[in-house]
Each structure stands twice: as structure tokens, then as C-alpha cells.
Design a protein around this ligand. Structure first.
Ligand SMILES: Cc1cc2nc3c(=O)[nH]c(=O)nc-3n(C[C@H](O)[C@H](O)[C@H](O)COP(=O)(O)OP(=O)(O)OC[C@H]3O[C@@H](n4cnc5c(N)ncnc54)[C@H](O)[C@@H]3O)c2cc1C
Length: 257
């Protein structure tokens, strides 16, 4: 368990080789530092082929479970917001939905996020000091900008990487209150179900400053312009390593210049 107490950013500094040092830092510590144990677990799963990417993405994965569950006679009520978990004698016995209807059950299992479940559905009545401590003290994951692009073109000559490729930019770009000097791109050339033939889905994700966006939101027109990818996006995509790619792209789902 010694790997639990060592962070990936510290671990990456042990490499003598500058490329490995940077590669390990960017792959496992760039967005948020985590214990080396997390990195080893992920690599172990990949090595054992016990983790991977389901073709069709998470929706197809969920649909497969839905088909199986419904095939066994299960029922699903979509678009049904739970406002309260009904509790009797400290035992969950059902739920109340936003439309006021109540549904009783032998077992109630919440798959919603912990904060909503503990502090809203259960009114915080079952949160002890330890649980409150998690929500009050643990660091939050950095907010991310997430851009999905549909691009006219294939990327068969690029390596398939579910984790994405990571490029250093030729110049630092100010974006969303941060200085961006690398760009991570996932090219879904390994999942033909995500785009029509000859086209490819791309995903770009990078950390931003939440307060910067919150302040910008006070000016809705500027906020929308920035969010919808005005000049900044083009600047970013025409920078550094991306410049070489751009001539063969024509964006098919994204606002053009
Ligand atoms: C940008 C981003 C990228 C990520 N990338 C990865 C990745 O590459 N690999 C990876 O393994 N993980 C990744 N994750 C994490 C992963 O998505 C989550 O850990 C996972 O989705 C959690 O699944 P879940 O079912 O517990 O919760 P969720 O997927 O959050 O599902 C909870 C569901 O509960 C519903 N819900 C909430 N409140 C109520 C209510 N009151 N009534 C009814 N329904 C309610 C929500 O609508 C939601 O559908 C990423 C997360 C984000 C945000």
C-alpha cells in the first residue's frame, strides 16, 4: 500500500528520461493529481483486459443493461425526478417524485449522486461528521471545457487511443481564465458507430477557471459567444500541432467561422 501515499506528480519526477517524465505527468497528474495506486490499478485493468471502451460509448453500454433488465420483466420510469426518499423507522421504504406520486419498495437504492441523495432526498438527516467532511474538505475536480466536434475526414493514420492524444502547443493560449499550453484530443477513429462513414467524432477537453466563467455569465451575450466557440476556438485549433491537421478538416456540426 506504499503506492497510496505517493502522488503521480511526485512519482513522475523520478524518471531520468525527460520524455517519460513529461508523459507520465501529463497522462496521470496533468488535470488532477492522484495516488500512484490509482495509476497502477488502471494500468493493471488494461493489461488484464478487464477495462476498456464499449463500442457505441456509455449510451450503448446502458442500453445493453436496459434490454437485459426489461427482457427479465423489469420496468423503468424515465424523466421521473425523485424529491424525497420515504423513510420509516430509519428504513428507506420508497420514493416521492416531483409530480407528488409516491412509490413503495422493499429495497431503495439511489444511483443519483451522493450529495443529492444524502442532503436533498434524505434532508441530510443521516450525514455524520465523516460524510459531511468528505463534501466540505475534499478537493473538487477542476471544471472542464468539453467540446465535441464532428469532422469531415477520417483519421486512420492516427493511432487509436481511448485515453486521447496530448499535444504541446507552439504558444500559450489564454482560455477560460487559464493559460493553456497543451491540448488533449480524443479521436474516435476506433468507434465507427459514432459518425457516418468518412467522418469522425473528436473530443477536446481541458481545465478552466470556474470563477472566470461565472463572472462572464453576468454578460449573457459575451458568455454565449465565448461558449459557442467564437474566435478563441479557431485561434486554439489553428495553433501549434493542430495547424498541420487543419487543412484536411471541415467541421460538420460545429459553428463555422
Ligand atoms: C467530463 C467528464 C469526463 C469523465 N470521463 C471519464 C472517463 O473517461 N472514464 C471514467 O471512468 N469516468 C469518467 N468520468 C466519471 C464518470 O462519468 C462518473 O464516475 C460516472 O458517470 C458516475 O456514474 P453514476 O451512475 O454513479 O452517476 P451519474 O452518471 O452522475 O448518474 C446519476 C444519475 O442520477 C440522476 N439523478 C440525479 N438526481 C436525481 C433525482 N433527484 N431524481 C432522479 N434522478 C436523478 C442523474 O440525472 C443521472 O442520470 C467523467 C466525468 C465527467 C463529468
Amino acid at each position: 500500500m506504499k503506492w497510496r501515499g505517493i502522488s503521480t506528480s511526485n512519482y513522475s519526477q523520478r524518471f531520468q528520461n525527460l520524455f517519460l517524465k513529461e508523459a507520465f505527468f501529463e497522462a496521470f497528474a496533468g488535470k488532477m493529481d492522484m495516488p500512484v495506486l490509482g495509476m497502477l490499478t488502471t494500468l493493471g485493468w488494461l493489461n488484464n483486459k478487464a477495462a476498456g471502451y464499449p463500442l457505441g460509448g456509455s449510451l450503448e453500454f446502458s442500453r445493453a443493461m436496459e434490454r437485459r433488465y426489461m427482457g427479465l420483466g423489469g420496468e423503468i420510469a424515465y424523466q421521473s425526478r425523485v424529491v424525497k426518499i420515504l423513510v420509516e423507522k430509519d428504513r428507506a421504504v420508497g420514493v416521492r417524485l416531483a409530480d407528488g406520486s409516491e412509490h413503495r419498495a422493499d429495497w431503495v437504492i439511489s444511483a443519483a449522486d451522493g450529495h443529492t441523495t444524502i442532503f436533498e432526498m434524505l434532508d441530510g438527516k443521516y450525514a455524520d461528521k465523516k460524510i459531511r467532511g468528505y463534501y466540505e474538505n475534499l478537493p473538487l475536480f477542476e471544471p472542464l471545457i468539453y467540446v465535441g466536434l464532428g469532422v469531415n475526414g477520417t483519421f486512420n493514420d492516427f493511432p487509436s487511443s481511448v485515453g486521447g492524444l496530448n499535444f504541446p502547443l507552439a504558444e500559450t493560449v489564454p482560455l477560460g481564465g487559464k493559460e493553456v499550453n497543451r491540448l488533449g484530443v480524443t479521436i474516435y477513429n476506433f468507434d465507427p458507430s459514432l459518425a457516418p462513414p468518412g467522418q469522425t467524432t473528436l473530443k477536446v477537453m481541458f481545465p478552466v477557471n470556474y470563477d472566470w466563467w461565472k463572472t462572464l455569465a453576468q454578460d449573457p451575450a459575451r458568455y454565449r459567444a465565448e461558449r459557442n466557440g467564437s474566435w478563441t476556438w479557431w485561434w486554439l485549433f489553428s495553433t501549434g500541432a493542430f495547424r498541420a491537421w487543419r487543412p484536411r478538416w471541415r467541421c460538420v456540426t460545429w459553428p463555422p467561422r
